[in-house]
Write a protein that binds this ligand. Structure first.
Ligand code: FAD
Length: 181
């Protein structure tokens, strides 16, 4: 096995940070009655008290402009078999018809002008909390206002090295609990 140090440029950075495996989400929001979705893996839990999450959204993305105006958005976590939705909402779908998906309203959340993707692994509804500048991206922080977990099995799609993967749940070990919580 050979190790290598990379030249410091954006491509090398992308390839290197791409070794950090993540799940994949589709961020949805609604503006003037129209729902828009965007695939995002730069999503992180930020705080438990208050409950906050962040999404990093490229400034050139259509979603970036929408998130400046909308008060709410939803982070939909994709299942292992929802690769087509990830590709579609990233603008990479080559077939004439979109893959099948359904957008549904949040139950019991009349104040939420936001929909979620039906049959996603999970969904987290947010009210916009703050938007910070982060280079060529916006760091969009949402305050969590509703949670939804889809039916088991809870098997996520993974994104690693620019490719999709599925989780091998037979190789599993306990991780230590957080001592500060
Ligand atoms: P658009 O290109 O405008 O839309 C994407 C596609 O979704 C279009 O085909 C559009 O027609 C369709 N669409 C949207 N809403 C609907 C709807 N309601 N009904 C039907 N079709 C609809 N970019 C980031 O900024 N941050 C990230 O964290 C990030 N992570 C990514 C992770 C992965 C795995 C991938 C594949 C891409 C990621 N991207 C990320 C890139 C991002 O998804 C694309 O650049 C995206 O196209 C930019 O968003 P947009 O709002 O401009 O979408």
């Amino acid at each position: 096995m050979t190790e290598s140090s990379m030249t410091l440029d954006p491509r090398a950075y992308r390839n290197t940070i791409g070794l950090f495996a993540t799940g994949v989400t589709v961020v949805t929001t609604e503006v003037n009655g129209e729902v828009h979705g965007m695939t995002a893996n730069a999503v992180a839990s930020l705080s438990l008290d208050p409950m906050l999450l962040l999404v990093s959204v490229g400034k050139k993305a259509h979603m970036a402009g929408l998130l400046q105006t909308t008060p709410t958005f939803t982070v939909n976590i994709l299942r292992a078999d929802q690769e087509s939705l990830s590709t579609y909402f990233a603008g990479g779908w080559k077939q004439p018809e979109p893959p099948p998906f359904q957008l549904v309203r949040w139950e019991g959340q009349p104040q939420m002008g936001s929909t979620r993707l039906e049959d996603a692994l999970a969904a987290i509804a947010c009210v916009k909390y703050e938007i910070l500048e982060g280079g060529d991206h916006w760091i969009v922080i949402g305050r969590v206002v509703a949670l939804h977990q889809g039916a088991p099995p809870h098997s996520p799609i993974l994104f690693y090295g620019g490719r999709y993967y599925q989780l091998d749940v037979t190789k599993e070990h306990p991780a230590p609990p957080r001592r500060d919580l």
